[in-house]
Ligand binder design. Structure first.
Ligand SMILES: *[C@@H]1O[C@H](CO)[C@@H](O)[C@H](O)[C@H]1NC(C)=O
Ligand SMILES: *[C@@H]1O[C@H](CO)[C@@H](O)[C@H](O)[C@H]1NC(C)=O
Ligand SMILES: *[C@@H]1O[C@H](CO)[C@@H](O)[C@H](O)[C@H]1NC(C)=O
Ligand SMILES: *[C@@H]1O[C@H](CO)[C@@H](O)[C@H](O)[C@H]1NC(C)=O
Ligand SMILES: *[C@@H]1O[C@H](CO)[C@@H](O)[C@H](O)[C@H]1NC(C)=O
Ligand SMILES: *[C@@H]1O[C@H](CO)[C@@H](O)[C@H](O)[C@H]1NC(C)=O
Ligand SMILES: *[C@@H]1O[C@H](CO)[C@@H](O)[C@H](O)[C@H]1NC(C)=O
Ligand SMILES: *[C@@H]1O[C@H](CO)[C@@H](O)[C@H](O)[C@H]1NC(C)=O
Ligand SMILES: *[C@@H]1O[C@H](CO)[C@@H](O)[C@H](O)[C@H]1NC(C)=O
Ligand SMILES: *[C@@H]1O[C@H](CO)[C@@H](O)[C@H](O)[C@H]1NC(C)=O
Ligand SMILES: *[C@@H]1O[C@H](CO)[C@@H](O)[C@H](O)[C@H]1NC(C)=O
Length: 661
């Protein structure tokens, strides 16, 4: 009888009362207290009363507001940003935005506008950005414009507009961006372009308009920040039309499906009669380049020849001597020497990424590029057993090298000796075979950023990261450590300048207490997506004020002794751990509630135990671990029973003793 009773008693004693307070607000999502709200796609027919009057940014797309008037937003006097995309608005009444004096950006994209009152935009005195994309507009006269003195960008894409001519008196003084992409503009006259004259440094987007004619001299002595004629088939029309103009960046790319004819290189002769700084020619067909093709490119600083079907660039090309930046990505080179780098000796930036063939780096193919600062060779299928000194010969000023997403590279000691100025090295997703006990990164005295994510690095080699005295940022995501453990002696020890360390997805199950002891100035440590338990937190005890990501590990209970280590950090993420919400973890649960401001992703941090609380937000759990009323009742019953049993026992004992006298 007695054991059964005490069992009931124990269960009652340790039963905890749990309370889950779930806030199930299906309404707008608050992104910044009292200021920024997202009410997208809630089927709303009005501004909900729950939005505070102080709302400044409101994302209200995919709702239902067929007509809007002065009362619709009148309460929200401090609105600066309003997105009304796809709200089926067709009628905008008088004075609709009269109270929104601060409104800076208004998005009316994808509304079938039929009418906009002359005074509808009178309120916002400082409206800067207006979006009328896909509104069915066929003429700029539709827009009430007399109050738009501060307009900086006007987006009119995907409409039926046939002329870029701005209405007389359209305020253009501050206009910087005028976007007409995908309209029905086929002809540009002197008068049309003349209406933009007031806007200096304008970016004009005419992409996806089939421009077939430009009046001679239309762009004469105009200055544009950028001009986008993307998708235009006949480049000759463009170059003739742009005679004697000045354009900072000229976009003449095409789209794969439109044009597969060879470009007639004589069109580029037009460049001799205008001034362009950057030119983009994506996806045109550049067969048979001759040394004379680029003779009018002499003033160009930047040339983008992405996906132009290039197999090689001949030697002796004239016109590219002062080119600074060249993009040759997504072409068909088989050897790096086929670009004939001597053609453009002033290059500082060279991008050859996503080459469609396996790229052989050759030997010293870039040795003329003594001023090269940045080289991007990512996604090139490069495979070599001994990188990179022969391949990168003479690149003594290189600061940034991207070799990510390539095939296996073999690295020996001091593999980057030819590039002693390197500050950034990206080898992510490229398998590294280090054939030496010494560090391949030896002597990179200026290297600040090293991305070795998913490199299958041999982390048992303790010296693999030696020789990087100023390294600040190291990404080791997806590399494994022996036995899933970072030991006391490990390759990170020499990196005394390290500030950012990424060790996510490394299959780690433990970290030695002393493992990071020489890393004294770290401020960002990502240990997410491993198998760590709370004991590894001790390795961080010497660090203060860091961002610490522990998401998706195996942390269940955090003992009170480790809480001070968490308390001294700046931000902590514990999402996706099997967190225990029973009384065994009460110290942590209390700490969690007191330190909510330090915790990241609390909306997605849930209990995993006990089963009753699985999936409940940690912040919503209230645990009471004192003895409950039921517990007290059973305790009293137990004590009474115990006393009765004791009395009987004493009585029995005395009787037994008496009988044996
Ligand atoms: C938000 O508004 C409420 C009510 O006006 C006010 O009590 C609270 O202090 C405000 N919060 C912030 C962060 O401004
Ligand atoms: C609007 O902003 C001003 C200045 O920040 C503030 O004084 C005023 O209280 C705000 N109005 C509302 C309704 O929150
Ligand atoms: C809205 O317009 C109506 C009619 O013009 C006017 O009577 C009313 O006062 C206006 N409401 C506000 C909030 O200004
Ligand atoms: C919000 O503004 C409306 C109209 O200006 C006013 O009637 C209401 O009292 C305001 N609400 C709060 C909470 O201040
Ligand atoms: C022109 O605009 C660009 C960006 O749009 C800006 O960087 C540049 O400084 C502007 N130039 C002048 C002369 O205003
Ligand atoms: C461009 O300028 C040159 C020299 O000033 C002049 O001869 C030519 O006619 C101009 N072209 C156009 C289209 O205005
Ligand atoms: C290229 O254009 C020039 C002048 O515009 C013309 O004379 C020549 O015949 C064209 N070449 C080809 C191959 O179409
Ligand atoms: C390339 O140029 C050569 C000679 O200049 C010519 O014979 C050949 O037909 C051209 N090929 C193409 C595809 O234009
Ligand atoms: C190598 O670079 C040096 C300057 O750094 C330059 O003088 C030399 O011409 C380059 N070598 C070659 C083969 O271009
Ligand atoms: C290197 O190239 C990859 C792929 O093109 C890109 O994702 C990455 O951002 C680049 N690295 C740097 C440092 O720009
Ligand atoms: C490697 O890390 C650097 C620095 O964080 C980053 O800029 C780059 O995009 C990363 N590379 C890839 C391929 O993600």
């Amino acid at each position: 009888m007695a054991p059964a009773i005490s069992c009931v008693f124990l269960v009652a004693l340790f039963s905890t009362s749990c309370e889950a307070i779930a806030s199930s607000d299906q309404m707008c999502i608050e992104k910044e207290t009292n200021k920024t709200y997202n009410c997208e796609n809630l089927g709303l027919g009005e501004i909900p009363g729950t939005l505070p009057n102080s709302t400044e940014c409101l994302e209200f797309s995919f709702n239902f507001l067929p007509t809007i008037q002065n009362t619709t937003f009148s309460r929200l006097v401090n609105l600066t940003f309003l997105d009304l995309t796809r709200c089926q608005i067709y009628w905008i009444h008088e004075d609709t935005f009269q109270s929104q004096h601060q409104l800076d950006t208004l998005v009316l994209t994808a509304n079938p506008l039929i009418f906009m009152a002359e005074t509808s935009l009178n309120g916002p005195k400082s409206l800067k950005h207006l979006f009328f994309i896909q509104t069915g507009m066929s003429s700029l006269d539709f827009i009430p414009m007399h109050n738009l003195k501060n307009l900086e960008s006007l987006h009119l894409g995907s409409n039926h507009i046939s002329s870029i001519k701005l209405p007389k008196d359209f305020p253009t003084e501050k206009l910087k961006v005028l976007d007409f992409q995908n309209n029905a503009i086929h002809y540009l006259s002197k008068e049309d372009v003349g209406s933009l004259q007031q806007a200096t440094n304008l970016s004009l987007n005419l992409k996806g308009n089939d421009i077939t004619r430009i009046e001679l001299g239309a762009f004469k002595s105009t200055i544009f920040q950028s001009l986008d004629f993307g998708g235009t088939l006949d480049l000759l029309v463009i170059f003739k039309g742009l005679q004697n103009s000045t354009v900072q960046s000229l976009w003449l790319g095409t789209f794969e499906d439109i044009n597969d004819e060879d470009i007639n290189f004589s069109v580029f002769d037009g460049l001799c009669e205008m001034s362009v700084e950057s030119m983009y020619l994506q996806k045109h067909h550049f067969f048979n380049i001759s040394s004379n093709t680029f003779h009018c490119f002499t003033s160009l600083q930047e040339l983008d020849l992405t996906a132009t079907h290039l197999k090689e660039l001949p030697s002796g090309i004239v016109g590219l001597k002062s080119l600074k930046k060249l993009v040759l990505s997504a072409n068909k080179f088989s050897n790096l020497c086929q670009i004939n780098a001597a053609n453009f000796p002033s290059l500082t930036h060279l991008y050859i990424k996503g080459n469609t063939k396996r790229l052989d780096l050759g030997t010293g193919c870039l040795e003329n590029l003594e001023n090269l600062h940045l080289l991007d060779l990512s996604h090139d299928d490069i495979e070599t057993s001994d990188c990179c000194n022969l391949q990168l010969k003479n690149l003594s000023h290189l600061q940034s090298l991207n070799l990510s997403y390539n095939e296996p590279l073999g690295l020996k000691t001091e593999a980057f000796q030819e590039c002693p100025q390197l500050e950034l090295l990206d080898l992510a997703f490229t398998r590294l075979r280090v054939n030496t006990a010494q560090s391949p990164f030896q002597n990179l005295h200026l290297l600040k950023v090293l991305n070795l994510s998913h490199c299958l690095l041999d982390t048992s080699n303790q010296h693999i990261l030696d020789g990087l005295p100023v390294l600040q940022h190291l990404n080791l995501q997806g590399n494994n450590f022996p036995n899933g453990n970072i030991q006391k002696t490990n390759p990170l020890q020499t990196l005394e300048s390290l500030e950012i360390l990424i060790l996510s997805f490394c299959d780690l199950s433990s970290i030695d207490q002393q493992a990071f002891i020489s890393l004294k100035i770290m401020n960002h440590v990502d240990l997410s997506h491993n198998r760590l338990t709370s004991s590894s937190i001790e390795a961080l005890s010497h660090l203060k004020g860091i961002y610490l990501n522990l998401a998706a590990n195996h942390i269940g209970i955090i003992p009170s002794g480790l809480l001070p280590i968490l308390s001294q950090q700046r931000t902590i993420n514990l999402r996706g751990n099997p967190l225990d919400c029973t009384c065994s973890n009460i110290y942590f649960l209390e700490w969690y509630k007191e330190n909510m401001q330090k915790l990241e992703d609390t909306e997605n941090t849930f209990c995993a135990n006990p089963p009753l609380l699985r999936g409940v937000k940690l912040s919503d759990v209230t645990l009471s671990c004192s003895i409950t009323a039921v517990g007290i009742f059973f305790l009293i019953v137990f004590l009474l029973l115990f006393t009765v049993v004791l009395i009987f026992a004493v009585k029995y004992f005395l009787r037994w003793k008496y009988q044996h006298i």
